[in-house]
Design a protein around this ligand. Sequence first.
Ligand SMILES: Cc1cc2nc3c(=O)[nH]c(=O)nc-3n(C[C@H](O)[C@H](O)[C@H](O)COP(=O)(O)OP(=O)(O)OC[C@H]3O[C@@H](n4cnc5c(N)ncnc54)[C@H](O)[C@@H]3O)c2cc1C
Ligand SMILES: NC(=O)c1ccc[n+]([C@@H]2O[C@H](COP(=O)([O-])OP(=O)(O)OC[C@H]3O[C@@H](n4cnc5c(N)ncnc54)[C@H](O)[C@@H]3O)[C@@H](O)[C@H]2O)c1
Length: 470
Amino acid sequence: MSEIIKTDICVIGGGSGGLSVAAGASQMGAKVVLIEKAKMGGDCLNYGCVPSKALLGAAHAAQHVREAGTFGTDATLNAIDAQKVHDYVHGVINGIAPHDCVERFEGMGVQVIQGAARFIGPQTLSADGKTVQAKRFVIATGSRPFIPPIDGLDDVDYLTNETIFNLTETPKHLIILGGGPIGIEMAQAHRQLGADVTVLIRSHMMSKDDPELVDFVRSRLQQDGIHIVEQTSVESITQLNDEIVVKTADEIYTGSHLLVATGRQVNADSLDLEAANVAYDNHSIRIDERLRTSNKKIFAIGDVTGGLQFTHKAGYDAGIIIRNALFRLPAKANYGALPWVTYCNPELASVGLNEESARKEHGEIRILRWPFSENDRARTEGKTHGLIKVITTKKGRILGASIVGPSAGELIQVWVLAIGQKLKIGAIASMIAPYPTLGEVSKRAAGSFFTPSLFSEKTKKFVRFLLRFG
Ligand SMILES: Cc1cc2nc3c(=O)[nH]c(=O)nc-3n(C[C@H](O)[C@H](O)[C@H](O)COP(=O)(O)OP(=O)(O)OC[C@H]3O[C@@H](n4cnc5c(N)ncnc54)[C@H](O)[C@@H]3O)c2cc1C
Ligand SMILES: NC(=O)c1ccc[n+]([C@@H]2O[C@H](COP(=O)([O-])OP(=O)(O)OC[C@H]3O[C@@H](n4cnc5c(N)ncnc54)[C@H](O)[C@@H]3O)[C@@H](O)[C@H]2O)c1
């Protein structure tokens, strides 16, 4: 007979979403069981956000040295030690890991089971030889790399986000399949760390972002020396000794390493969801606005629900779960003010509607732009490659904002607040921004909403009229 554990909440998956639910629920007095089959911290800590941003940190450090001459500094980049870069990346992971570890969660009162969970009934699951019965379940099992069915791919040694951060040598020539955030961040990181890089993309690079802003990223990557091939179709892949040969409809590419970054596959298939009456398909577990699955006692959050797949989205979902499952409030998820950022140089950050979707939803819109080349701080720092683009209604309600440029991920936050709080453009235009800061681009773009009426003939006439009275 297996041990039977009865609990208030059982969370499956110890990644960004699951850990947030477990920590919140246990600290608010619920009895919580957390089941994790691999590494605590999930993708973000071990194979995602943290190692990718640490690798980019190392790459940008190398690039700063290469570009130091612009500022009159005589610096030479002598060598990049790939083993030390690897150790740096893993040092960063190890530094954050205690925050997500089993001991910390057990210290909060969470019972952690290390094993793979699978449902054996609508309110029962099994993991590590134990049976767990819970009032509510939360599925937070994340996603894994989607491997496309390309002829020969299964027979070559390819990398994914789960293995690329283990490299201790710089690839001579890295071929990347995919031009989403993983492909683009990894392309720049490896190029700036000394590899030749070719990116092969079925559609356009960063297709979820505004093409006008993506142009800035594309030109910078090309300037870095990255070979980007868009709208191409990979027909076959073979390995000849140490060389990987990728054949497209028009060309043959030969590289030393291959990274597959062609999207994600949700981790739903091994949970025996049929036993729990939870509906799902290859792309996601089906949920309603309250993040309940087709079994109302079982919630699903984060990557496994498909759609937007970000750590802060999984964290936001966790808050919705706490309100629904613990406080019995009918809280609904609303992703209208959920930002996303690709952390290459220049960064590209967005929130809300883009130009195309805003036109579809609102008809007549206003588009406000301000280039970083007109920003004094960007000039002093030599970082003028970029643009802010803001979309409003005719009356000035903010619908969306995108920024490509230095620190875009930081600068977008004022727009996240504005959209979340339904502020009008005048709120940003009237903000006093310290001089000289990059953030002035937001104020200047917002201010441009009023330029046509403020400096119009009508205003001039009115001012001249008022001046007649002394
Ligand atoms: C290379 C890369 C870079 C990224 N960079 C960013 C970034 O900069 N910013 C950002 O916001 N997002 C980024 N992301 C996305 C982010 O990592 C994910 O959106 C986030 O980790 C999703 O959290 P989650 O809790 O849904 O899933 P995960 O963090 O993947 O956690 C799921 C956990 O469930 C476990 N699990 C699965 N099945 C079972 C089972 N049957 N039983 C028990 N446990 C199970 C897994 O082992 C895993 O630990 C990046 C992703 C990648 C791949
Ligand atoms: N900075 C961040 O927040 C960040 C960074 C990395 C990853 N992520 C998350 O991880 C998710 C997955 O990232 P991703 O880049 O793998 O996926 P993606 O779905 O965003 O992009 C997939 C890319 O692969 C291309 N593609 C698909 N099949 C192909 C084929 N057969 N040959 C060539 N190209 C092909 C597509 O055209 C597209 O460019 C992202 O959507 C995001 O949610 C976020």
